[in-house]
Design a binder for this molecule. Sequence first.
Ligand SMILES: C[S@@+](CC[C@H](N)C(=O)[O-])C[C@H]1O[C@@H](n2cnc3c(N)ncnc32)[C@H](O)[C@@H]1O
Length: 358
Amino acid sequence: MQKDIILNGDCVEILKTLPNKSINLIFADPPYFMQTEGDLLRVGGDKFRGVEDEWDKFNNLAHYDEFCKAWLSECKRILKDNGSIWVIGSFQNIFRLGYIMQDLGFWILNDVIWTKPNPVPNFKGTRFCNAHETLLWCAKDKNAKYTFNYKTMKYLNNNKQEKSVWNIGICIGNERLKGDDGKKVHSTQKPESLLEKVVLSSSKEGDLILDPFFGTGTTGVVAKKFGRHFLGIEQNKLYIQEAQKRIDKIEIISNKITRAELEIKPPKVSLKSLIKASFLISNERLYNKAGVYICHLYEGEKVRDESEILSIHKMAAKHLNKSNHNGWNYFYIMRDSKLKSLDSLRYEYQMQINKLKL
Ligand SMILES: C[S@@+](CC[C@H](N)C(=O)[O-])C[C@H]1O[C@@H](n2cnc3c(N)ncnc32)[C@H](O)[C@@H]1O
């Protein structure tokens, strides 16, 4: 499978050549079909350069729908069963895209609102200033087991569950690509921080991310930065050149967030097996993190305090006055006069097992 390259041409034709179920994640930022007419003038009288590009022109809505149905159908075919797709659009096109996607069998997981603290004003003052775009995040079907790095996103959001409203500035300053004439290279270059959330939330290190409307390559930049592979499709050669220059400058970052280490499930280990492997002693005393004695191991799988025999989880919950709690995270043992968490023991045990397998 080709990766980390930008293919030049019409995305529908190129998508047709890609193998079934070969892509982990798709980010698509298609033409909006804005249908703007006449010049928009800034307050000072200068002309505002919005989206007037040829690539955004279609004969009518039926023509636009036909095009979207064609590329979305191919995206569905090439997406792996456990993959997912993000499609971004504005009020002009997002409802049509959502309708087509549902008809094709995609399952909408979220409609994320990207709010812009620095939107383009409504120059004529004839309606509200449009200060957001919508991203539809969809699985391949209702039962698909897609990637969602829930804990990573919570960690990045100050340990609060991440919401479906993202407040991110539009692409300006040094990030915005400009030509020698000082004009924007691309009318709709997306901010990298928007793609960072997309990539970190719904892909794994080494995944292949496809962008069929690559533009100046924001998806490729972020994919490379976070250790993912990309495949771009773009019909405009100038955009491809600019995208490649941007991507070439990127250095790969690898850390516990990009590797989604917070999502790794703890090994499935029983107290009995820890005793058998001498990580625990039968009848061993268990403490809380303050070093207060709570209970002791009882016949392999249970623990006993002054009044009851319970599972480690029920015992932890009882002493915390809660309805449930993870006992692995609550209990400690004493080793060389120091507290050692029960949780760390199951990881050490798993490492020993893995070593024996090698
Ligand atoms: C909304 S822009 C994407 C901008 C991109 N996300 C970025 O950050 O630079 C849409 C892009 O799709 C390209 N495009 C439009 N129709 C296409 C087609 N049929 N095949 C390939 N590329 C197409 C346009 O040239 C344009 O660069």
